[in-house]
Design a protein around this ligand. Sequence first.
Ligand code: PLP
Length: 473
Amino acid sequence: MNLDFPLEPGLAEMTEMGRLVVDRVAAFIERLPDRPTSPPADPGLADLVGAFLAPPPEEAGELTALLDRLERATDHAMETAGPGYLAYVPGGGLYTSALAEFYTRGVNRYGGLAIGAPALAALEESVVRWIARDVCGLPSGSGGMLTTGGSMATFSALVAARHAHLGEEIGEGTLYVGAHAHHSVAKAARLAGIREHNVRVVPSAGDLRMDVDAAAAMIRADRDAGLRPFLLVGSAGTTDTGTIDPLPALAGLARREGVWFHVDAAYGGFFRLTERGRDRLAGTELADSITLDPHKTLFLPFGTGALVVRDPATLYAAHEGTGNYLQDAGSGDGLPNYAQLGPELTRENRGLRAWLPLHLHGVAAFREALDEKLDLTEQVYGKLATVPSLELLGRPDLSTVAFRVRPRNGDVAAADRATRRLLDRVNADGRVLLSSTIVDERQTLRICIVVHRTHGDRVAEALDLIIAAAAAE
Ligand SMILES: *Cc1c(COP(=O)(O)O)cnc(C)c1O
């Protein structure tokens, strides 16, 4: 311990501290398959939570003891990283991305302006361009930025669309989003100053996909009424059911009507790495802007989203800002200043956490993992379709199968109750965790396969549990 400057541990101490942390994390990941998907009921939980609310002490602590405490907190959690986590889209978390993040934080290079570390800015930009051009199919010249998540990406996309189409007169601006779209679109609209009643919810055509004709009629009616339609948002995989909107038709509508076309591919985007995904997500490449979430289908730990845009100048126009203290910042020399493309000024380099896994494992490893998830989903669909007491909400576009108990004698309320009982039974022994939602006013269960650690054995267990629970109804 460096007694003069305790915030600056020496070489041997740094190495030892790092080892202590890595050992714990590696052991944690090793044990993931055996960990329960939900924490067991614990009468000591309130005390544990209370203890963690305490302010820090004046005097120094001890790393091993603090890690012991951390472990208790970590154990008391929904197991989002393990193979049984079939509840929501983001989960897992690549170990190699965590290592990259440790490196990033350790060297602490500034990521807001390219001048801070030009080659590291290029590294981040290589990830952005790969997502924009190779994954999404946008033309050269496209770009964007890595964000902290999909919601932030959609927020900046919406601000860029608003700025490009409405300028400062935003009061009459209207936008169009599907009935099953993620709530982050409505939230972004509110944050961007768009009136709530100017957010038009377009009904689905009956198959959970946006009704393009209805959208067209709404846009026309609004224009006739003197409003200013500026944005159409399509879903490249809804959260509830993974359903993909008719993207090529929506792109055509947006072009004809002269409105910005945004695609929310927070869930679906990286499935474009697979052949099936590329087919089903055709039309994404026609968007003006696209939200993706590397912390979902690129398996990164929580905290990384992506916004890619056809024309980065639109992002710049909406987010650019400067001050006298930045007069030495430089223009980036051909590299983007991410601080000028989004709301944040001081930010970490966000690229390394994707770059290292992509370069270390290679893109094929991600493609194969995503293909595996699609295969597993088809197995689930095929198997559950043979259970007479269950009804399925259509063939899955991505890696979510939505299902519920089929009403007997038209008794929907009883079927809803049975669906909820089924969820409790399946989740009870902590091997898998499914989630529920409401689709068309009916209780609906979701099995959502996105964690990279989920393989056939755990999916087979999930199917056995579901089928046994359905037989008990
Ligand atoms: C998860 C998700 C979002 C929101 O992204 P966050 O990363 O959670 O902010 C938006 N749209 C869809 C379709 C999603 O699945």
